[in-house]
Design a protein around this ligand. Sequence first.
Ligand code: PLP
Length: 428
Amino acid sequence: MSEDRLPGFATLAVHAGAQPDPTTGARITPIYQTSSFVFENVDHAASLFGLQAFGNIYTRITNPTTAVLEERVAALEGGTAALAVASGHAAQLLVFHTLLQPGDEFIASTKLYGGSINQFNHSFKSFGWNVVWADPDDIASFERAITPKTKAIFIESIANPGGIVVDIAAIAAVAKRAGVPLIVDNTLATPYLCKPFEHGADIVVHSLTKFLGGHGNSMGGVIVDGGRFNWTREARYPKLSQPLAEYNGIVLAETFGNFAFAIACRVLGLRDLGPAISPQNSFLILTGIETLPLRMQRHSDNARAVAEHLIDHPAVAWVSYAGLPGDRYHNLARRYVPKGAGAVLTFGLKGGYDAGVKVVSTVKLFSHLANIGDTRSLIIHPASTTHRQLSDSQKVLAGAGPDVVRLSIGIEDKEDIIADLDQALAAT
Ligand SMILES: *Cc1c(COP(=O)(O)O)cnc(C)c1O
């Protein structure tokens, strides 16, 4: 790469963070399958433990395979540093552990992955971290939710399910006025379709399990530091702005500047809570990321073709996909995800609950399971699976009414995907 041009996205997806292994010449990043690393001498060990030198101690905190993954995702998102962990939920746990004290509040979008809604409503409450919900279709609801205890705002770029696109810049403006960071879960869009830092986000999180890994074969999560937030304001974020006795009194925001947040999540959160990613999974996810731009374009193009087909189908009542020109979120999609609106969409069956059960039982190419972001096309009928414990009215509020089917469109031939849906719809 010549020095006078910055590499493009596809080049970064293949190369960022990686170089041939210095000891063996291995071209592909090796799986450093080791729990611990030998110190050069006692002084070296002391400087590693005191955060005066960068280096590996123990795979719970850093690992060379995982380090390549972290650098690659940071480069793709345009962040200053990243921390990879065991799952998307672990990433969210460490972000909030770093930002919140017991009794603090954060504002979260009502349009979120169901697992995040559970995590925030139940487990986070038991830590004394209190979620306040706001509706991304009503930006003023975020403004109204701000209190002196608010420490962060959390949204998804493309929200799961239903392919809802959120006005990131408008919510970033609310966060900026309140002096709190905006966290964006960019799992459904990936940095290929949307880069939240360009729209004012301060922290990006992902479930690497989904499109970044992309092959349905490994769990992972990542936190990306945007590097622009001022953590020292009014001592609101003590883990970043107060001296740490356990590290000789250093102040992370002063010592680590524009990547202090990623460091704090690692040397406090990951160190103490422990959800480390395995080097094997980092390797698989790194391999997946090499083809991210090719896969995401294909996922989006296929999903749009499926949405256009379904909207004219006699068994289908409605289709929710921001990539469709008539969709309520299409203008936001054109602004935030101009290359395509991603792989996930929902549609409603005229035949209601029974038709939903019939469709998921009759598909052959689609897999009936609870995941998204695989190369394979996936289908689920939320009312009979993920949302079955809710009352009928709760189901409708969650976008999981009896008629709703969710698809995660794969990278197979679109003609085969559509033919499979057609034969299943014919059975309703
Ligand atoms: C799956 C998912 C998560 C949680 O990630 P895990 O890797 O399953 O822990 C978070 N957010 C979104 C949008 C997801 O789809």
